[in-house]
Design a protein around this ligand. Structure first.
Ligand code: FE
Ligand code: FE
Ligand code: ZN
Length: 306
């Protein structure tokens, strides 16, 4: 069997903790997963339950989930690029420090972070703010790695080019603790041609180095290349397309890198506004390397039973 490290965004609740996340991932047929330690849009975080964490780690071992491939995503409101409000900037730095502490308690080694938006300060100042913040956050020689995510370039987002990301890494003292998370939708929207993925990897290798790729977010895109929109689409339904995503997922150079789906949930007509995770079905197509043109229908049929 060919090695494929694949998972998706799953939930992490106060009640179930990491056990719930593991079980959700297993229910989709995954061997890794990613989660937020609370709501992605706020910074309210509960204490990590150590007993439940131990049990979850055991569950992972029993099911061949290597915890080194499991990812935490930092909340997206943390903005290290803007220091106009000193209190907010310091809060973001402290929050991230605590997030790394939570990761450590959970036994998780990789935390994905959006580098930040300069919100008018300009690229250079924004990047310097990110560097200064990360040097505080990563002051300890050892601890979880921060994976800076490649961004779509919405608004004043930074980290939209390999050059910007490299500039951030260059400024960080503790370089062993920074890696990159590629996001296929963001790359496309930022103007990178993910359909020629080998060329893209060559360019990445020249500027940053392939050994720095710590995670890949697998998403189709609702918009065309260079749109700077950041709207994810389900696998095969967007402008990137199924075959191009399969090419990325099964690229020989990325065998050891965890791949995480963040595709949109599916709504069911008459389903009381509830939406359902598409991951079980998308992962099945990925494993089969075969697009199922009826997969949205299959998802709706499947979840109607509940
Ligand atoms: Fe992200
Ligand atoms: Fe992403
Ligand atoms: Zn996105």
């Amino acid at each position: 069997m060919e090695k494929l490290i694949i998972g998706s965004h799953v939930s992490f609740t106060k009640n179930e903790g990491l056990i719930g996340s593991v079980n959700e991932a297993l229910s989709y047929g995954e061997n890794t997963f990613m989660f937020y330690t609370g709501a992605p849009q706020n910074t309210i975080r509960a204490q990590i339950d150590e007993a439940k964490t131990k049990e979850a780690q055991k569950l992972m071992k029993e099911n061949n989930i290597d915890i080194n491939n499991v990812i935490i995503h930092a909340p997206y409101i943390v903005n290290l690029a803007n220091n106009m409000d000193e209190q907010k900037y310091n809060f973001a730095i402290n929050f991230l420090k605590q997030e790394l502490q939570r990761a450590k308690i959970l036994g998780i080694n990789k935390v994905v972070l959006h580098p930040g938006s300069h919100t008018g300060l300009g690229e250079e100042k924004g990047i310097q703010n990110i560097i200064n913040a990360l040097n505080i956050v990563l002051s300890e020689p050892e601890g979880p790695i921060i994976c800076l995510e490649t961004m779509a370039g919405k608004g004043t987002e930074l980290g939209t080019t390999f050059e910007q990301l490299n500039q951030i890494i260059a400024g960080i003292n503790n370089k062993d603790r920074v890696q990159i998370c590629l996001d296929t939708c963001h790359l496309n929207d930022a103007g990178y041609d993910v359909k020629n993925f080998d060329n893209l990897l060559d360019e990445f290798d020249k500027i940053i180095g392939l050994d720095k790729i710590g995670c890949i977010h697998i998403n189709d895109s609702k918009n065309k290349i260079s749109s700077h929109k950041d709207r994810h689409e389900n696998i095969g339904l967007g402008t990137i397309g199924f075959d191009n995503l399969i090419n990325i997922i099964y690229n020989d150079k990325l065998k050891e890198v965890p791949k995480i789906l963040e595709t949109p949930f599916i709504s069911i007509a008459g389903g009381k506004d509830r939406t359902y995770a598409p991951y079980k079905f998308e992962i099945e197509m990925i494993k089969n390397r075969q697009y199922n043109p009826n997969f949205l229908e299959d998802i709706r049929k499947y979840y109607k039973k509940f």
